[in-house]
Design a protein around this ligand. Structure first.
Ligand SMILES: [Zn+2]
Length: 175
């Protein structure tokens, strides 16, 4: 998990090119990182399935995004504009990933958060595809691709977790 924290720091040192959208209206934040060490951790066992098993459980789009690191079209998903209180979970394995209280309007057309709900349910990895250096974000349990994280988010972290609706489900408060 320390590798994740390392990646958060590296994120501030690299120039991230946003594939999500370069026209994000979010102001650059100079606020210090929130203390990720203060976040609770979540207990889980890893999930491993074959591509065929995933194909039988996911829609074509979900498979393409979660298992092949695809990206849904902006403003096409069902979660970017959701404003209800609740928790965003992994569509592959139901692991809780983000809380509605940390969601913000990024103007990108993808659901955007400034911090994960738990310190250990999302993992990050350097992604150099398409000639861009970005930080890829995936579910720590099933390794499903969720999106990317950029350093142009709002306070208190200055981070923008740009996720795909197809990678997540939403559980409203009390559900
Ligand atoms: Zn998962």
């Amino acid at each position: 998990m320390n590798a994740s924290i390392f990646n958060y720091l590296i994120g501030f040192l690299i120039i991230s090119f946003s594939a999500c959208d370069a026209t994000s209206q979010v102001a650059k934040s100079k606020a210090p990182l929130a203390n990720f060490a203060d976040l609770e951790t979540y207990t889980f066992e890893e999930v491993e399935k074959s591509a065929d098993e995933w194909k039988s459980e996911l829609s074509d789009l979900e498979f393409k995004v979660l298992r092949e690191q695809g990206t849904e079209r902006k403003f096409s998903g069902d979660l970017w504009d959701k404003k209800e209180e609740g928790v965003y979970t992994c569509r592959g394995c139901a692991l809780p990933l983000f809380d509605s209280s940390t969601k913000f309007e990024s103007g990108t057309g993808w659901p955007s958060f400034y911090i994960p709900k738990y310190a250990n349910t999302v993992d990050e990895e350097k992604d150099s595809k398409f000639g861009m250096v970005r930080t890829e974000v995936h579910c720590a349990r099933c390794k499903g691709h969720l999106g990317h994280v950029f350093d142009d988010g709002p306070a208190p972290t200055g981070l923008r977790y740009c996720m795909n609706s197809a990678s997540m489900d939403f559980k409203g408060k009390g559900e």
